[in-house]
Each structure stands twice: as structure tokens, then as C-alpha cells.
Design a protein. Structure first.
Lengths: 113, 116
């Protein structure tokens, strides 16, 4: 079965510090991996994706994520957090050649001034 | 330009009633997805359209749920004999379509369905 796990319901970090939001996945075959962000009262917004190639993917708002095949992980990172990064973050996976997306349960990121 | 829009934004209905939820995707986007998001959970895939056809409806929970996209643009999610467990936010997303690699999905704001 295909699935995504976000082991932390909430991550707290001080502004200016690096942040990591964890994601692990289980999928048959090659995965396509995504991160989305959801701000209050707004729709989900695309941050970045891994399809193939370089394991380090850079996305919007200074976020990046590293694909680790051996650990089946795709953690979201940012070198210096901003208060405005506070939001709900979702990791998603799709199997190669399939259309169905599987989302994690989300991680609430709190960045404190 | 205009993003994905969904109507209504909120829908309250009684158990056993029929509801229709509408999604207007971004113009030119051939791929359209419906998801359901319950409180504290991530989006749960329901159905995927490529053009007018439902290419993957494996996420529809039962035969009370049905979706159409007759002209390859607007889509309607239809729920018959609603149950209290159907209460959730229903999300629609569109993308440029599958051309070997998946494109970015653009999500609408969702329709919050409450079944009393």
C-alpha cells in the first residue's frame, strides 16, 4: 500500500533558526514527491517537487527538500525560518505512471519571533 | 489570472439529501482532481479526470459519490443520500495535465460540507 507519514503533528522553531519538517513515504516503484503549504483560510499551495535527478530540490519561499531513497524520506528544510512561514505543511507522494496522490496528515509549523 | 474556484464555499444539508459541489478549474488545465479533507487530516484522493473522462475513480468511497466533467472544464461532485460521515472539506485541484511528469496542482479554497 502507498502511504505518507509526517511523524510530527507540530514543529516549533525560533525565527532565524533552521527548520526541518519530516516526511517518509512508502510506495511501489519510483516516487514523485511533493510539498504543499496551507495558510489559514487559504487553499493548498505548491512549494516544490521531486521527480528525478538531483536529490536536493529547491522551491518557493526559500524552501528546499532532500530526497533520500535509502531512507524513503523527503524532509522539508529552510536555513532561516520566518514568522510568516507559520502554516500547515503537507507532504504528498505519487507513484510513477499513476495519477493518485497520497497526502500525509500534515505538520503545523510554528515560528516564534 | 483566475485560480481554481469552488462553489458553494459552505453547504449545510440534512442527512439523506442530495448535494452537488462545483469546481471551475484554471482555463486550459486538462487534469482535475477531487479530494476530501477531514479535520486534522491531509487531503484524501477521490477522483482524477483527464479531459472529460474519469481516468481514476478509485478513491470514491462508495456508489453514493459520483463526479462528472462533461466538457472537460467545469466538474461537479455529486453525493446522494448524504450521511453525517460525509461532512468534510471537499477540495478541487487542476493542473496542466499528465505529459510524462506530473505538473503542479493548483487547489481551490474548498467547499465545507456539513451534514446534520
Amino acid at each position: 500500500a502507498q502511504s505518507v507519514a509526517q511523524p510530527e503533528d507540530q514543529v516549533n522553531v525560533a525565527e532565524g533558526n533552521p527548520l526541518t519538517v519530516k516526511c517518509t513515504y512508502s510506495v511501489s516503484g519510483n516516487p514523485y514527491l511533493f510539498w504543499y503549504v496551507q495558510y489559514p483560510n487559504r487553499g493548498l499551495q505548491f512549494l516544490l517537487k521531486y521527480i528525478t535527478g538531483d536529490n536536493l530540490v529547491k522551491g518557493s519561499y526559500g524552501f528546499e527538500a532532500e530526497f533520500n531513497k535509502s531512507q524513503t524520506s523527503f524532509h522539508l528544510k529552510k536555513p532561516s525560518a520566518l514568522v510568516s512561514d507559520s502554516a500547515l505543511y503537507f507532504c504528498a507522494v505519487r507513484r510513477y505512471n499513476f495519477n493518485k496522490f497520497y497526502f500525509g496528515s500534515g505538520t503545523k509549523l510554528n515560528v516564534k519571533p | 489570472g483566475a485560480g481554481v474556484s469552488q462553489t458553494p464555499s459552505n453547504k449545510v444539508t440534512e442527512k439523506g439529501k442530495y448535494v452537488e459541489l462545483r469546481c471551475d478549474p484554471i482555463s486550459g488545465h486538462t487534469a482535475l482532481y477531487w479530494y476530501r479533507q477531514s479535520l486534522g487530516q491531509g487531503p484524501e484522493f477521490l477522483i482524477y479526470f483527464q479531459g472529460t473522462g474519469a481516468a481514476d475513480d478509485s478513491g470514491l468511497p462508495n456508489d453514493r459519490f459520483f463526479a462528472v466533467r462533461p466538457e472537460g472544464s467545469v466538474s461537479t461532485l455529486k453525493i446522494q443520500r448524504t450521511e453525517r460521515g460525509d461532512s468534510a472539506v471537499y477540495l478541487c485541484a487542476s493542473s496542466r495535465g499528465y505529459s510524462g511528469t506530473p505538473g503542479e496542482q493548483f487547489f481551490g479554497p474548498g467547499t465545507r460540507l456539513t451534514v446534520l
